[in-house]
Structure formats: structure tokens, C-alpha cells
Design a protein around this ligand. Sequence first.
Ligand SMILES: [Fe+2]
Length: 473
Amino acid sequence: MDPSDHTILILDDEELIRESLDRLLRNNDLHAITVESAEDAFNVLRRVPVSMIISDHRMPIMSGLDFMIKVREKYPDIIRIMLTAFSEQSLMQRAINEGEIYRFFDKPWNDNELITVINKALKQKDIEIERNRQLYVQLQQSNIETVMALAEAIELKDTYTKGHCTRVRDFAIELARSVGVPNEQLLHLIYGALLHDCGKIGIDETILGKPGKLTTKQIEVMKHHTVLGYELTNSVKHLKTASIFIRQHHERWDGKGYPDGIGQNQIHICSRIITIADTFDAMTSDRPYRDGLEISKAREILIQNKGSQFDPMLVDKFVYLLDKRGINGLLNRNIGQRNQNKHTLMFVDDDKRILKSLTRLFQSDGYNILTASSADQALKMLKYEHADVVVSDQNMPGMKGVEFLKIVKTKCPATARIILSGYADLDKAMAAINDAGIYKFIMKPWKDHEFHATIQNAIDWKQMSQNMNTLLH
Ligand SMILES: [Fe+2]
């Protein structure tokens, strides 16, 4: 940010001082707003983002220091500079302790000194803003990665749901946007949609995978996945809001749902949205024991059940979107579909035979393949080439796989990282997962179909986290 992009608020009851400060700042390419009272200053602060305040101390009604103390409480990030006609020990002490004043200037001030201090403070503020932004992005990225890992674990447990969570997410986002769910709730909605069935992790696989009808007792066990999911996510800070949607995703508009039997507006709008998205996708997806319903049939069932199972307003909106854009329109416009572009895989191994066999294994799938026989060579290539997934051997002469992937993580954070190891070494595995953000471990000798699935999942994972970032920024 340029210093001229910041707004500086000047507060002084003397017109001459205000004018001379304003002129000084303007002559130095700084933008200022001048006000003569604390009341006017607060009016400006309510409307305009201000980076710095320069205030006189001696003023009628409210002193500059009392004003600054209030500013500190309400707008702690604004840099506060005070002008005083006298330097009084007790005033300085209060100002430092209670007002956290950045700097004092005696009147008359030295122009050059004041401008230098202002520019330095604004620069520091920019550095702080950028650091906070980066921390926020990092935190959000790691939250997304956790949620994606958990969503993947659900799909592993309940294989027929492959792709279900991401489709539910896509339908839910489109529906939420169309009814004006505020942006700040969208991230929670995404988490809730992806993890709506995470409680199934705690349900016995014989019940989950049972092809036929469940017994009454089994139905009760199955219903418990809502509460289990809630309990699993409620204690995680960034999933707290989503945990409510997870708990409520089988509630019904008429109050006959579970687990709490609440109805209508007692159910959060995001939960009601997820219910429709979930049911619609479940109806239209193929299961091992039955084909998915025709879209027109599923559409009809939604309409038949509006006002009983579903929020009628949301069904109308969803049907409208479906008619207008079609099912693929809802998924394609969003982020659920796998990108059909050619993806690039990089294999790094000092054993040429392994590189050859991996190239053979994946080339026929239409991937672009890059190979390198050492970490150094791979890093050189990555300066000019982009790889969606890097698979590296652990034991190579020179730099080891984990060290190499750690560098890849910093230089190309969007690349999914997989390590290939000839032996099971748990300590190394843990270190790799923690330090290098390794997506998966593959043991040598690998099984071709498992390797294929891992690569495809890595690409899906990478794309989903990328898309979620795009969506959020
Ligand atoms: Fe469910």
C-alpha cells in the first residue's frame, strides 16, 4: 500500500493548526481529513477507514487524551499521535498507559520530523496488515485441508458416497447464494456440507454397507450419525458453526425429523439447504443396489415434500435453479466437477527402472509426465515446469525425499506431495506428514490400482482446496 492510500484524521479545535497540518500532509502526498471536535471525529470514524489520528490534547468538551482512550477501545488498530502544547509528566504517563499513543509532538512541531514519523508508522502498519493477511490465509488453508482430509475419510468409510459430499457442497452453495445467505456464513456452509455425514465414521460398517432394508434397531443406530457428527466437530473451533448444520441435516420442516424433532425456522437455514442438497444428490446417485432416479422424478419428489420434509421456499428456489441451469450447470458453475485439463505428474527416484515403470503406468491415462533422478534435478525442473502432483522416493543419494518435499511445499504450495518408500518407517512417516505436508505415503512395491486411486484423489484434493480458496477470496 502506498502511504497516500491511507487516510489520516486530524483533530484540533484551532482552525490554523488544522489547516497547516492539512497542507503539510498534502504537500507530502498524504491524504487527510480534518475535524474540530471529538464528536465530528467519531462521525468520520464510523464512515471512513482511518489509519492514523493526529489529535491535539487541549480541547473544549473532551480532551485529546480522553478521545484517544476511547479510540483505542473502539478502533485499536488506528495509529495515534498526539500534539501537545506542553509536555506534562502525568499526562504522558496516562497517554502511554491508557491511550497507547504511538508518538507525542510538542507544538510547534518540526515538519520533517513529523512527516518521517508518519511515513514510518504507516509503513509498519502495512507490514502488520500483510503479516495478518498471510496468517489468516495460512490458517484458512490448513482448516480447509483438515476438512478435506476428514471428508475423504468419510468417503473411504462409505464408498458408495464417492463424490457425494462435494456435490452436496456445490448444490448447497448455489442454493445459499440464490437466497442471499451472507458471505460470512458460506464457509461454514461449505464445511457443513462436506462433513454432513462425518458421524458415519462412528457407525458400524455392516450397517453402513447393508444393501437391503435396515431393521428398526439398525435405523436407530444409523440416525445417531447426526449426533456423532455434531460431537466430532463441535469442539473444533473453526467447525463449531458447521457442527450445528451437521446435527440438523436430517431435521424436517414439519418437525418430524431427527435427532431433535425441531421444525421450520428453528432449523438453521444452512441446515435446511444442506437437507435439500443431500436428499437430491442421494436420490439421483447410483447405489450398488439401485440406479439413481431420473432428475425429473427427484425434482417431483422434492416438490411433493415441500412443507413436510423441506422448507417450501428453498424447494421453489432449488427447482428454479435446476430448471434454469440443469444439474450439470449447478455443478459445473461451481467447483465440484473434476477439471478435465491434462494434469502433470512428476516422479523423482534415483532408480531409473522405477521411473520407467511409473511413466508407463500413468502415461496411458493421459497425464503429462516429468521425471527426475534426484531432488536437485527435480527442483531445477520445477523452476520452469508446473506439476500438480510430485511423487518422490525417500531414499535417494543426496537430498532425501522428505527434505525435497519440504522445499516443494514452500516453493509450490499448491502441488500435492506423495512420498514413495521402500520400507515402513513410522518415525520418518510422521516427520514427513508434519514437516512436509505430505499428502500420502505409498509403499514399494505398490499396487497399480491403489497408486492410480491415490494420484486421482490427490488431484481431486488439490483442485478442491484450490477451488475453495478461489471461492473464499
Ligand atoms: Fe446424513
